[in-house]
Design a protein around this ligand. Structure first.
Ligand SMILES: Nc1ncnc2c1ncn2[C@@H]1O[C@H](COP(=O)(O)OP(=O)(O)OP(=O)(O)O)[C@@H](O)[C@H]1O
Ligand SMILES: [Mg+2]
Length: 326
């Protein structure tokens, strides 16, 4: 069985973000420019594309790098707790507030505050946040004395703020304050050459942990990784490799050590109660899964694949192109 060994690859490292694709090189230029200014940046991108990492990179590459970086996941608190997390509270502000506490705004003074999953901020907290962005001042929860802060705000979302504004779930004025600059992180499948680089970078990291030492990939493993769409992006790649390191053995990473989706077995077939039926079916994803499955079954032979899928060879060719499988 032919093996693939670690290639020598030239890479760029932008404050912990590793890449070699032109798409990411362009992104690093954008991030560098945004970092040099003090404007608020909104990071967009699918899950696992590196929004957290990009927020930290923006901080590290900018003039505020010597000051604190604080992050909050806006989806993990209810509105009262989020307000107290952000703005702090005074003693006795609510049951359990036995002493006063600084919020993240104050902790991040002169530095960067990262609002992750910003689309989830409850409407009442949105109003208070807008005030900080406009006047750089806020009242701690239960407090009567205003506090001033100097902050750069970086936020991230994988849903469209515009759509939320249209649905009246997000304040339009706040949206404009947060998205002075929008930086979109490309999906892993859109980055030419990064899958290979990140695979080996992550394998190196796992090898350094001292357990299993992986020195090569079987050709079919690499093939499966290349044709997979990686909906969970770099986080998914990291998880897949970690799991293969734990469950498998030997110096070669083999196909059976990969997760079922990667082996072309597709998502589990739905067989539950009607309430659980997904509202929308992602036809493109389904089509891709079928193509990947046929590819695995027929070892990439076009004639056999076309026959199995019941389409002409030219349609198959077009579909493979459409899904970036060839
Ligand atoms: N360019 C990169 N180089 C190296 N590691 C990366 C890169 N991008 C992402 N990672 C790693 O992938 C994982 C996911 O990245 P991160 O948490 O920043 O994604 P995210 O976009 O914030 O995801 P989510 O939307 O789920 O919050 C992390 O472990 C991160 O270190
Ligand atoms: Mg994140």
């Amino acid at each position: 069985m032919p093996l693939i060994h670690r290639p020598k690859l030239k890479a760029t490292n932008f404050h912990g973000m590793v890449a070699r694709s032109p798409q990411m090189e362009r992104l690093f230029v954008q991030l560098g420019r945004a970092a040099n200014s003090d404007i608020n940046v909104l990071l967009r991108g699918e899950s696992g594309t590196g929004k957290d990492l990009a927020a930290q990179a923006l901080h590290a590459a900018g003039a505020r790098a010597q000051h604190p970086f604080r992050a909050v996941n806006c989806a993990s608190f209810g509105s009262e707790l989020l307000a107290s997390e952000l703005f702090g509270h005074v003693k006795g502000a609510f049951t359990g507030a036995v002493r006063s506490r600084d919020g993240l705004m104050l902790q991040a003074h002169q530095g960067t505050l990262f609002l992750d999953e910003v689309a989830e901020i409850p409407l009442d907290v949105q109003g208070r946040l807008l005030r900080v962005l406009q006047d750089r001042r806020f009242f701690p929860v239960g407090g009567s004395r205003e506090v001033s802060v100097d902050l750069r705000i970086v936020s991230a979302t994988n849903s469209s703020l515009r759509e939320l504004v249209a649905a009246k779930r997000f304040r339009e004025d706040l949206m404009y304050r947060l998205r002075v600059v929008v930086v979109r992180l490309p999906a892993l499948r859109e980055r030419d050459g990064d899958l290979e680089l990140l695979t080996w970078t992550l394998i190196d990291k796992l090898n350094r942990m001292g357990g299993r030492q992986v020195l090569s990939l079987s050709q079919e493993t690499w093939r499966a990784m290349q044709i997979y769409s990686w909906p969970g992006n770099i986080r998914e790649l990291d998880n897949v490799l970690q799991s293969a390191f734990v469950l498998g053995e030997g110096q070669t990473l083999t196909l059976d050590e990969l997760s079922p989706e990667l082996r072309g077995e597709g998502p589990e077939v739905y067989s539950g109660s009607p309430e659980a039926v997904p509202e929308t079916v992602d036809l493109a994803a389904l089509e891709r899964t079928q193509l990947v499955q046929a590819w695995q079954e027929h070892g990439g032979r076009r004639g056999a694949m076309a026959e199995a899928l019941g389409v002409s060879r030219s349609t198959l060719y077009r579909k493979l192109k459409e899904h970036s499988l060839i």
